[in-house]
Design a protein around this ligand. Structure first.
Ligand SMILES: [Zn+2]
Length: 242
């Protein structure tokens, strides 16, 4: 997809009016094109302005939809702020400050993972492909990502695979795998391991959600859920060991 096409479809995309195939093409383009992501940020700023204008009171459902769509791109803004902070640190020659911005980056990814998890549940968009068969879910990603995520069913461990979708984490396209534990969903975001601070394993709690991060076989994994911490640990171990 060209930038012109993306630009033309962007409003409809943000309004959720495109059919799934076109929406995915736009999403993929945004994942690789910083210029078009900037357009999204501009539109976001505009819609915020409209929302807060005194003469305009959006109905609650519309407001919720706008919020759900615009939060998808909050990370871009956050990442830009972090980049600016890092540039400042370099010019000040402060090694400590650089170190701090690196850990802030991991925090931002964890925060972003929780955002994506919440959004997938709120917007009822857990799946682009809904299947308990790993041999259906894995090939679905083919041609949609420039890597092949490992997909395993963990039903025998009490965590059945239920589907997957394309998502973004840290401004990068990722495979989101969805597992189930009783009534709870577990989102796992998988992408190639990048040479940055996110390579460190981490367990944390963000806004009441548990977030586990690890790397394995050249891939980076972020698991998010509201299951209790010991269950998510059990899940992460099972997935990490598979
Ligand atoms: Zn573009």
């Amino acid at each position: 997809m060209s930038c012109e096409q993306a630009e033309r479809d962007l409003d409809a995309y943000l309004d959720g009016e495109l059919d799934a195939g076109v929406a995915m093409t736009v999403r993929n383009h945004l994942g690789t094109c910083a210029a078009c992501r900037r357009h999204v940020v501009e539109r976001e700023a505009l819609s915020r302005l409209v929302e807060t204008a005194p003469y305009y009171s959006a109905p609650e459902r519309l407001r919720a939809r706008v919020v759900a769509q615009t939060t998808r791109f909050r990370f871009v803004r956050r990442a830009m702020m972090l980049a600016a902070a890092a540039a400042l640190a370099v010019s000040a020659g402060g090694g400590m400050m650089l170190l701090r911005s690196a850990s802030t980056f991991v925090d931002a990814i964890a925060d972003d993972a929780v955002d994506s998890h919440v959004r997938s549940l709120m917007a009822n968009h857990l799946f682009d492909v809904q299947s308990t068969d790993q041999h259906t879910v894995k090939p679905w990603f083919q041609g949609k990502l420039d890597f092949s995520p490992p997909v395993v069913d963990l039903a025998s461990n009490g965590f059945p695979l239920v589907g997957g979708r394309l998502d973004f984490l840290g401004g990068r396209p990722v495979a989101a795998l969805v597992y189930q534990r009783q009534k709870h969903a577990i989102n796992v975001f998988v992408s190639p391991e990048h040479d940055d601070a996110s390579a460190r394993a981490a367990v944390r709690s963000v806004r009441g959600f548990h977030v586990h991060h690890w790397t394995h076989g050249g891939m980076s994994f972020w698991a998010v859920s509201d299951v209790n911490d010991s269950e998510l640990t059990e899940f992460s171990r099972a997935l990490g060991a598979s």
